[in-house]
Design a protein. Structure first.
Length: 325
């Protein structure tokens, strides 16, 4: 688990791992140059399974995860994000799965999406079998990064996470993974992924999407040519300039609005109006005249009108029933 300024939810994340029904594990926690109370919280634990590695400066998630891969002693590696929660039986069921299916190198799970207070917003499912997951990965990610467990040797053969990816590093790894190894998802809800309005996964979704598009492009190059351009550059020793590949420019702000809009739309459709308003207000004040915000507001009024009409219908139906009695 890599941690950077996650004091608010850190204890929940750590204790969800320490409370696992499967007890035989080493818990590597990489404090990636946090400036809040993360360090103090981690030092408060006296569990011999915890191994805290502190980076002198913030080096980012990708490099921190690779650091953990090198230090880890176990045959299996499980991911956990510092704002999320693992269900108590998660490790037990994933270890049992990998023990029973020797040809599977990576296993994820279904997961809950929760809000900042821990309330379940909705359940996120995925495909289960290797063939289904390989097809799904050609259109988008099929795993919750924090919910996966994999065989360490399989990831080491791939060279770990590619440090050029500041975002969507997991998607790039899964695509490379799928070209050599089998994978699966356990169809049980064993993880809680927290939706936080100021989190990197929300604020930087545009950047994540751009890196994900690049990962998919490189995957297609490998299938066609046997290697992708990153591998060619690495072999030649030529430096890779990521700006040439993803072209993130001054339009970031408008895409950030669409990120808040994206989550607001999902929350609206799931009927979580309080959480919807929080995300919609953030999107609106970032860019008041964005057409996506207008369409979303119209969607809200339409759904509200439908709810009101249904309520009126119920009231009239009850009155008619009482009169008949």
């Amino acid at each position: 688990m890599s941690v950077y300024n996650e004091e608010k939810y850190l204890r929940e994340a750590v204790e969800s791992i320490l409370d696992q029904t499967f007890k035989d594990f080493e818990f590597l926690i990489i404090n990636d140059g946090s400036t809040d109370k993360t360090g103090e919280i981690l030092k408060s634990y006296n569990d011999p399974r915890i191994n805290i590695i502190t980076n002198d400066e913030n080096i980012g998630l990708t490099r921190s995860l690779n650091k953990g891969l090198k230090i880890a002693k176990g045959d299996y590696m499980a991911r956990q994000d510092a704002g999320d929660i693992s269900i108590r039986e998660r490790f037990e069921k994933q270890v049992e799965f990998l023990n029973n299916y020797k040809d599977i190198c990576l296993v994820g799970t279904f997961f809950y999406i929760i809000n900042e207070k821990g309330r379940v917003l909705y359940k996120a499912t995925s495909l289960v079998s290797n063939d289904e997951l390989k097809r799904k990965l050609l259109t988008g990610n099929a795993f919750a990064h924090g919910a996966v467990m994999f065989r360490k040797k399989c990831v080491e053969k791939l060279g770990g996470y590619r440090t050029q990816f500041k975002a969507s590093q997991d998607y790039d790894l899964w695509l490379r993974f799928s070209e050599r190894h089998k994978m699966a998802n356990i169809p049980e809800y064993l993880y809680k992924w927290r939706l936080v309005i100021n989190s990197v996964s929300v604020k930087d979704k545009f950047q994540q999407d751009r890196y994900a598009a690049l990962a998919l492009k490189l995957s297609k190059e490998r299938k066609k040519l046997g290697k992708d351009r990153f591998q060619v550059f690495e072999e030649s020793g030529e430096k890779i300039n990521m700006q040439d590949f993803i072209g993130i420019g001054s339009e970031d702000k408008i895409f950030c609005v669409n990120t808040y809009n994206y989550w607001a739309r999902i929350l609206l459709h799931k009927g979580h109006y309080k959480d919807f308003f929080r995300f919609f207000i953030r999107a609106f004040f970032s860019e008041p005249f964005c057409k996506d915000n207008l369409f979303l507001l119209l969607d809200f009024f339409y759904r509200s009108l439908i709810l009101v009409l249904r309520k009126i219908k119920q009231i009239f139906s009850l009155r008619i029933l009482r009169q008949e009695r």
